[in-house]
Write a protein that binds this ligand. Sequence first.
Ligand code: GDP
Length: 434
Amino acid sequence: MEEAQEKTVPLTNKVIKNQIESIREKIAEIKLPIVKSENDNHKFNTEKSQATPEKFDFPKDPDSSDVIVTKGGGLEMIGGFVGFANLPNQVHRKSVKKGFEFTMMAVGESGLGKSTLINSLFLTNLYEEREIPEAAIKAKQTVSIEASTVEIEERGVKLRLTVVDTPGFGDAIDNKNAFDPIIEYIDNQFERYLHDESGLNRRHIVDNRVHCCFYFINPCGHGLRPIDIEFMKTLQTRVNLVPLIAKADMLTPKEIKKFKKRVLEELGKNQIHIYQLPDVEDDEDEEFKQQTQQLKSMIPFAVVGSTQLIEVKGKKVRGRLYPWGVVEVENPDHNDFTGLRTMLISHMQDLQEVTHDLHYEKYRASRLGDEPEAPMMAPMGTRPPPDAEKDRILHEKEMELQKMQKMIEQMQMQLTLQQKASASADKNSKSHKV
Ligand code: GDP
């Protein structure tokens, strides 16, 4: 009787997350010997314990297409304004240890303010004495895929941030192939990671996979257009989608509410999976729980961008000046910009994990399923196993990896379901109180 009861009790989110973490570790172990190189086992096993925060060096990516350079010629290190130091302590410690490499992408019709928003989020600041790179101030219309890398350091936490601005679509009469280059870019980063992961220099892999994609929705329509739906459907399996209502200053608060509702309905109707903020652990503090709840209620974020500083009541703020007043970018009463920034900073690690566990693993499984594996390299000084034996081992490993990947997907689904259930339970209890 007791046993039967025990089976029906759902696992706590914390337990599921721990299980996912341990499966990920097993996956890493399984992957390791597939392509062996000299001393690789040793390196892999000791890497974690040897990581000293002070010594962390970001691997420099020689192919990075555009690095923002200061007037002095060095790599721009901007501190303070992104808000890294405000990460919850636990995450903060983890990031100090590992360092962060984060890539985000902006996608949407041209002229919706993609470049302006990205500049507002990362590359401009309110401190007059700080030098702002020339390239960052100029909001220009995006015509091709442009990747810019910037290193940010805040209280010893380093972030190597790559922002990928994509060509806007919507101008052409036929937009059928408008998103091909974007999909290709995302897949290329996966391919590169896959290649590096099975190469000799695994310790210094530069992670350029796209961890987050802001999808800009035109505020002038009546919700999602067919091209938005089609594009998001293609993107959802590759990247963490974060839909944004662009230029929110063009809508009244009532219109924004209606627009958000409509977008959510359309996403649901078309079974488009956007990035879901994970549920907070029971032992998190109240403030964090409340913040997450608030962030969830903002989705899709309705944002305003500007790189202009305007004086309001003696204070310089980023905003847009209209004859009737100023729309302040960082005023939560005016738009969801600060919510979006908080979401990005506080969930950077989760966005990376979902990219790795879900999107990358899916790509990897499909690649390895499709094409013959690259020839296996034998460790130095050992005899390679005969071909048939090698194939058998590889096949077994691949099957095991796929099984584990499925387990992770199921657990993540369970997490989402539990989140939804607890959210609706929350709602019910609130409405009962009312
Ligand atoms: P992109 O082509 O999507 O990168 O768009 P841009 O960032 O180049 O912006 C296009 C135009 O829209 C520029 O004139 C911006 O000043 C303006 N813009 C950018 N963000 C906003 C916003 O939030 N509200 C309004 N009203 N205009 C904006």
